[in-house]
Design a binder for this molecule. Structure first.
Ligand code: RB5
Length: 161
């Protein structure tokens, strides 16, 4: 299932994407407001999306803010989330193939996304591309290791670099 949400900057784009998901018969759950509310800060949106994405390994998230930057930073603070801020199709494909990203972040105020065809192609790429595993798995294991660490403790990371 696609878990979708936006802050106030992304409400209109979220509505358009939801219509598109409905037309495409893709299951979705909207976890944020449907109206523009100035208090809906992107870290709160990130929390709602990420906690729901983590309920099922088949879930993916679509997280929208003005630039995609704030929400991707917030989502990536949640253990188990690999959020990718993608502003073209190639990024969306590679985020899945190489990083097994489970949240797609979009910037509603970006010029590229003012054309809904561009939004559709990025969303489609993310939904229909799958993790390649193989050589990428070692790096994801290291990401999980970083998540487990409290860096301030000075615990040994054990990197080969
Ligand atoms: C909210 O006005 C805006 O700052 C936010 O949507 C986002 O662009 C932050 O990264």
């Amino acid at each position: 299932m696609v878990i979708i949400g936006s802050d106030h900057a992304g409400v209109d784009l979220k509505k358009e994407i939801i219509n598109y998901l409905k037309k495409s018969h893709i299951d979705y759950m909207d976890v944020t407001n449907f109206e523009d509310q100035d208090g809906d800060d992107y870290p709160d949106v990130a929390y709602n999306i990420c906690t729901n994405v983590l309920k099922d390994s088949n879930n993916i998230g679509i997280a929208i803010c003005g630039t995609g930057i704030g929400i991707s930073i917030a989502c990536n603070k949640v253990k188990g989330i690999r959020a990718a801020n993608c502003s073209n199709v190639q990024m969306a494909e590679l985020a899945k193939k190489h990083n097994n990203a489970n949240v797609l972040c979009l910037g509603a105020r970006l010029e590229f996304f003012q054309r809904f065809d561009n939004v559709k192609s990025v969303v489609n790429a993310f939904v229909n591309t799958f993790y390649e595993k193989g050589r990428h798995e070692r790096r994801l294991v290291k990401i999980r290791k970083l998540e487990e660490m409290n860096i301030e403790d000075g615990k040994e990371y054990g990197s080969c670099i």
